[in-house]
Write a protein that binds this ligand. Sequence first.
Ligand code: EPU
Length: 424
Amino acid sequence: MDKIVVEGGSRLAGEIKISGAKNAALPLLAAALLPSGASTFRNVPRLQDVATMGKLLRHLGCEVDAQPAKHLCRIEPPAKPPRGKSHYEAPYQLVKTMRASVLVLGPLVARYGHGRVSLPGGCAIGARPIDQHLKGLTAMGAKVTLEHGYVDVSCKRLKGASIVCDVPTVTGCENLMMAAALARGRTVIENAAREPEVEELALVLNKMGARISGAGTPIITIEGVDELQPIEHAIIPDRIEAGTFAVAAAITRGDVLLEGARPEHMDAIVAKLRAAGATVTAEAGGLRVRGPAEVLPVDITTQPHPGFPTDMQAQFMVLATMAKGQSVIKETIFENRYMHVPELGRMGADITVSGQVASVRGGKKLSGASVMATDLRASASLVLAGLVAGGKTEVLRVYHLDRGYEAIEKKLRGVGAKIKRVKA
Ligand code: EPU
């Protein structure tokens, strides 16, 4: 298996082009199931998760013309309802490698009247149930059954409903918006997720002819329509990739322009970078981050958007290890998202975890080691740790990084990091 080898100590300076957002691309590609005809997406990130979604859509009978090098993807869904179980089913083999496979459920039921998805089960970062997705679909009149590890959802035509989510869920909200777009009548989703990726999906569905308002607020209203048209669309830049490189600039006392980054999607991240002493300025081409001479401690509580994103928690923990003094980090979204802590400990970080709370006593230089993580953002944090550690760090299990960061080692090398991928 490949590994990433980092030699710590370089100051990062220059420009990094931010790729299209993984968590926007996945629902958008699933949404291509909704209209008749081919939709084309530009600025599609070259990632393993995107390839997995392409594989799933092919499995569902779509024609998928993916050109990863050009960041293009054209998807044409089958004109008629798919025949045979496998054609409306997201199989275990794919769902177990990518939970976001569940995003095809809403579109399948809305467009073809039937969808089956292997129940994702727990994963490295938490239990992650999909009860809110299913509660919403049931309220829209769908019959939901669970057998042999699969959820089977069917309904000739969904009807609008009033749905109050128990928790704001990103993919849950996306699934329900896609389902409601073709339902009969009005659907109102309350306590909706407000993430920029939810707004992006609403924008694209509206381009297709849907009638959605309120995305980006806690109440989303969808007036169902009878059919949707295919579209062409360029995907928004990835705020978490941008945030990860922002931390890289901050901890190396660097000066990096994150080309294309959208500051309006990153308020909470920018606020904490500034609290840690970094200088962050919005420029015409993106966001510039300059690292402080001395990193200050930062307290962080992860929250649904517009709060501080859980997907940046691990990276900020590395920043906290650099600060003289104590930072307190509280993870409220996922119950098991501290898998990077023992690995950072092996690099010399002084962190204790008690329940949801991690206390980081920073200020001691990290030392390079062989490390590995069990999820994407934890892996990214280990690469960041390698940038500031003394000596060599080897990050194993690189496939986690490849799921969500496009060419991370090339992008970091481009701004002066001593980093390489060693092929197995
Ligand atoms: N939840 C429920 N029931 C549900 C759905 C969610 O209880 O039916 C709970 C979850 O267990 C969690 C909370 O609600 O405690 C929020 O989870 P959410 O559903 O919002 O997460 P998700 O949609 O599965 C997306 C991103 C994640 C990101 C989270 C939180 C995609 C494809 N994935 O997941 O991204 O961490 O939102 O912002 O959009 C990543 O990119 O590394 C990643 C994990």
